[in-house]
Write a protein that binds this ligand. Structure first.
Ligand code: ADP
Ligand code: MG
Length: 316
């Protein structure tokens, strides 16, 4: 068993360990990925002491250099969770990947939350059935998590709905700083609860609401960037999937094609491993395209939302 107790880090006594824990830094992993300035501000521990603690945490984890061979081996452990629609699975190279952050982008009502709910159910399936044999965490910023809908999906897949609901851990995030606290806490929570999927729905909502106006944009982007990187690092640390949702915003400079673009600018674009752009098709279907992926082709597939969650839709 991994030794996660902060008190065993060199230079960290019980009082310091408590300050760290009370501010949400509960594991060496969380400490090693958070900027020292942020830790110092949140805990009230002096900056130089924090630098030493961060150094000790990184040394303990051995996060500085690994060989490319080690990385290759680690990526052999990558797993894929079925989404429910074969079209979508193929689009994503076999399903939603672990060790990666997948971003679902699209306008209101297109089905982002529906895909997330469906994944929360399917992640619990055994690996032979397309699941990851794990539990799910759902960070809900908009209050759109609907347990009845999860019940319906589980039941129509022939699963025990109550057991399924019991394996989804919900947290309602009330603002960006609360969202950040929850993110920090994931470094403790995920390994303790066999979490294989973390959903943040929506990643950007509170940021857009709280940081209004150009003068606040750089601070917003900086905070967003920090949270995104913590989530990305989490996927690697515990071989799990992170799925975030994002909204589109009107792009007044687009003369051709789709006038919408994902919110969150470059920070969001660069942090996500895969971006899936969703839009409405004819006859209630939905169209998904992968954009900006390092290795998935930019294909277009069609799916629909049904009582089972998401399923394939026929081409017109
Ligand atoms: P977003 O999160 O992108 O704003 P949602 O994921 O909330 O959008 O998707 C809402 C859509 O899902 C609606 O069009 C609704 O009709 C559809 N939907 C929700 N539940 C079901 C269901 N049980 N069967 C079919 N469609 C459903
Ligand atoms: Mg939604």
């Amino acid at each position: 068993m991994e030794d996660n107790d902060l008190k065993n880090l060199p230079g960290v006594g019980p009082a310091t360990a408590n300050k760290l824990k009370n501010s949400g830094f509960t594991t060496p992993e969380a400490i090693s990925v958070t900027p020292p300035k942020e830790i110092s501000e949140k805990t009230g521990i002096g900056f130089n002491t924090v630098l030493n603690i961060v150094k000790a945490a990184r040394e303990k984890l051995g996060v500085d250099f690994i060989t490319a061979e080690d990385l290759w081996k680690k990526r052999q452990d990558m797993l894929r969770c079925s989404i429910g629609s074969n079209n979508l699975n193929e689009l994503m190279g076999g399903g939603i990947e672990t060790q990666a952050m997948t971003e679902l982008v699209g306008e209101y009502g297109v089905g982002k939350t529906q895909i997330c709910l469906s994944l929360c159910v399917r992640v619990q399936l055994q690996t032979e059935e397309g699941g990851l044999d794990g539990t799910a965490v759902y960070i809900d910023t908009e209050g759109t998590f609907i347990p009845e809908r999860v019940y319906q999906i589980a039941e129509s897949l022939g699963l025990d709905p109550h057991k399924t609901l019991g394996n989804i851990f919900l947290a309602r995030a009330y603002n960006t700083s609360h969202q950040e606290l929850l993110t920090d806490h994931l470094y403790k929570f995920c390994p303790e609860n066999n979490v294989k999927l973390v959903v943040v729905d929506s990643m950007i909502g509170h940021f857009r609401g709280e940081y209004v106006g150009r003068e606040n944009l750089s601070e917003r982007q900086q905070k967003l960037n920090s949270q995104l990187h913590k989530l990305l690092r989490l996927t690697e640390a515990y071989n799990l999937s992170v799925v975030i949702t994002n909204q589109v915003q009107a792009n007044p400079t687009a003369f051709f094609g789709d006038p919408n673009r994902p919110a969150g600018g470059n920070v969001m674009a660069h942090a996500s491993t895969h971006r899936v752009y969703l839009r409405k098709g004819g006859k209630g279907t939905r169209i998904a395209t992968v954009i900006d992926s390092p290795y998935l082709p930019e294909e277009k597939v069609r799916f629909k939302i049904t009582e089972k969650g998401v399923e394939d839709a026929e081409e017109d």
